[in-house]
Design a protein around this ligand. Sequence first.
Ligand SMILES: *Cc1c(COP(=O)(O)O)cnc(C)c1O
Length: 362
Amino acid sequence: MTKERIYNFNPGPAALPLVVLEEIRENFLNFNGSGMSITEISHRSKEFDDVINDAVARTKRLLNLEDNFQVLFIQGGASMQFCMIPMNFLSADKSADYVDTGTWSTKAIKEAEIQGKSIHVVASSADKNYCYIPQNIPFNDGADLVHLTSNNTIKGTQWAEFPDTNGVPIFCDMSSDIMSRPLDAAKFGLIYAGAQKNAGPAGVCLVIIRNDMLDLVPDTVPTMLKYTTYSAKNSLYNTPPCFAVYTVQLVLKWLEDTVGGLRKMAALNQKKAQLLYDLFDAGSFYRATAEPDSRSLMNITFRLPDEELEQQFIRDALENGMGGLKGHRSVGGCRASLYNAVSLDAVEVLADFMATFERKYG
Ligand SMILES: *Cc1c(COP(=O)(O)O)cnc(C)c1O
């Protein structure tokens, strides 16, 4: 009945560190001596306060955030942020520059357009099916914010460096690469990340916001859609997703105490991705879909010579204990998501399997 755990390359929800899952199991029936599970205790209790405060403190330490940033936990996923950002920061006299690097940025743009906000799509890689990150972007000096997606989960591209926006604050969707590398927060006004890719389970979105941005929020925004509601109450205006926040806290603890911080994490992530990209570059059987200077270290998207082989590849991989390798339904092909919790071991096993598969069918 109990199947061994497989190597999990899912795009999201995605792998969590085994030690985190074990810690959850260990403490599940009796959280910190409370005699209750974390899913049964009050969000107003001392126990939960300690959890959320620790998650905030660890986020600040890991990302090297100064005191002018706040860390919030909001429900509704990253998709809710697509609509909250224009609602809170683009009142009538304001405008935003958006860069379209694929599915998720396209959706963010749509949510601003639905609300009739003044936005400019200043660059797009739609002309080549989003296989690259645009360079030399003509940002508007008068813009109030620039919206970017740091890692394009579906298209397999990632900003290696963030662009110079002439001091206009960047609002960034980091859902699929938050905590994968060190951050220089100085350029950012707001960062958000649905937890279920690289930071925890589904149900909570991590939001990092610069204090001065909060002054811009109009009173007319409904309470639950206003960033100030969350910042005024330490994300406890109403009941937060306690279990999700708790799991995020454990993931952050693992990053700090076991991995040893984001510099170490980034080096490991680089090594993991390199194993697969090296394999692609050494032959012509596997073809990376992203251009070399735009390749994601988190989501490695690739094609095989034909679709039949791709299906067989996904089937054979699963039979060999490797799951989640199917590309997004909108683009097809294959994708290996190598988030923080995916170990170097797992990627070595995958790379070996891929080399064998190529020898057999190449
Ligand atoms: C998955 C994903 C989203 C959507 O997240 P939800 O939490 O499901 O709304 C948005 N942006 C990026 C970059 C993603 O990878």
